[in-house]
Design a protein around this ligand. Structure first.
Ligand SMILES: C=C1C[C@]23C[C@H]1CC[C@H]2[C@]1(C)CCC[C@@](C)(C(=O)O)[C@H]1[C@@H]3C(=O)O
Ligand SMILES: O=C(O)CCC(=O)C(=O)O
Ligand SMILES: [Fe+2]
Length: 360
């Protein structure tokens, strides 16, 4: 079958959508209004200011949310409002360029970075109604983001590269602060996960969801659990993020002053299954484009992902085998489309790869 081209300017001229974008009944969004999910709001600035009562309350709220569904929001995070506004403005600037310009950064098969207009060359069905631009970011290599943007899009886009370099560096800082809270709430101390992620090799993703003439037949991002460790998301004021809890989809209402944070599969493994990586998706609408900025915190590629010994005992045996982020990333890019079962399927695959004598 000929793959459709996902060019919003072309697709907006039709009344229907190509069949590859149609999601089966049961997976497509429901027409009735979706209930709102009440996600705890964490005052991270207050927590770090040294008031022990405020810190204990934040730790308790985070622990409770992570054991239930893995979603919470942070406010008072110290991210400059101007930087956030610039980051959203640059999303508009990039995605409103003509398709051939964006394709200068084309994401190639098997790679996790670059520009993808939907995933037309990658998947044959259940295509997402979105465009994305993803790039790597590491605190140990501050020039990485600007170099990538300039090398793919050209000198004219240096300013965009600088905005995202600053944004990623702030996201890495915020992630490490959140890691302190997660460590504290799991009883392993503030330093444990902060140290583990100090040299993170993360992925920044800009999501752009053009308006869709048939929003109830498709999805912007299909149901999935993030394979990464921690996601810090900022959505614009349009709304569309939904989380599956207690058997139904609920939406997270956008808040300009808050980041939505969620636990990913790799952190679920690092907590020996205590903290949950939860199913979520993004719906689209027929009126306006929607944007979101997703920072996916990931460990160094070859670092062994294993929970601290204090989270493993006879009552809580190892839930997942040792693995590296490189192998899980590779698995999602080459063998398996990330969904709600990624960690389970990947773990079985890892165990199968081991010699029989090493399996427990
Ligand atoms: C490592 C990654 C793979 C995906 C991007 C990051 C973290 C989330 C993954 C993803 C969003 C999960 C849903 C399916 C996916 C294909 C998507 O719709 O974007 C996933 C990403 C990807 O493989 O590109
Ligand atoms: O755009 C959103 O609100 C969610 C996107 C998402 O879940 C992802 O990129 O992993
Ligand atoms: Fe996600």
């Amino acid at each position: 079958m000929v793959q459709p081209v996902f060019d919003a300017a072309v697709l907006s001229g039709r009344t229907d959508i190509p069949s590859q974008f149609i999601w089966p009944e049961g997976e497509s969004p429901t027409p009735d209004a979706t209930e709102e999910m009440h996600v705890p709001l964490i005052d991270i600035g207050g927590m770090l200011s040294g008031d022990p009562r405020a810190a204990a309350e934040v730790t308790r709220l985070v622990g409770e949310a992570c054991e239930r569904h893995g979603f919470f929001q942070v406010v008072n995070h110290g991210i400059d409002a101007q930087l956030l506004a610039d980051a959203h403005r640059c999303v508009d600037a990039f995605f409103t360029m003509p398709l051939p310009e964006k394709q200068r950064a084309l994401r190639r098969p098997g790679e996790s970075c670059g520009y993808a207009s939907s995933f037309t060359g990658r998947f044959a069905s259940k295509l997402p109604w979105k465009e994305t631009l993803s790039f790597r970011s590491c605190p140990s290599d501050p020039a990485l983001v600007v170099d990538y943007i300039v090398a793919t899009l050209g000198e004219d886009h240096r300013r965009l590269g600088e905005v995202y370099a600053r944004y990623c560096s702030e996201m890495s800082r915020l992630s490490l602060e959140i890691m302190e809270v997660l460590g504290e709430s799991l009883g392993v101390g503030r330093a444990h996960y902060r140290r583990f992620f100090e040299g993170n090799e993360s992925i920044m993703r800009l999501n752009y969801y053009p308006p869709c003439q048939r929003p109830l037949e498709t999805l912007g991002t299909g149901p999935h659990c993030d394979p990464t460790s921690l996601t810090i998301l900022h959505q614009d004021d349009v709304g569309g993020l939904q989380v599956h809890t207690d058997g139904r989809w609920r939406s997270i209402r956008p808040r300009a002053d808050a980041f939505v944070v969620n636990i990913g599969d790799t952190f679920m493994a690092l907590s020996n299954g205590r903290y949950k990586s939860c199913l979520h998706r993004a719906v689209v609408n027929s009126r306006v484009p929607r944007k979101s900025l997703a920072f996916f915190l990931c460990p160094e590629m070859d670092k062994v992902v294993a929970p601290p010994g204090t989270l493993v005992d006879a009552a809580n045996p190892r839930a997942y085998p040792d693995f590296t982020w490189r192998s899980l990333l590779d698995f999602t890019q080459k063998h398996y489309r990330a969904d709600m079962k990624t960690l389970e399927v990947f773990s079985s695959w890892v165990v199968q790869q081991q010699p029989a004598s090493a399996r427990t």
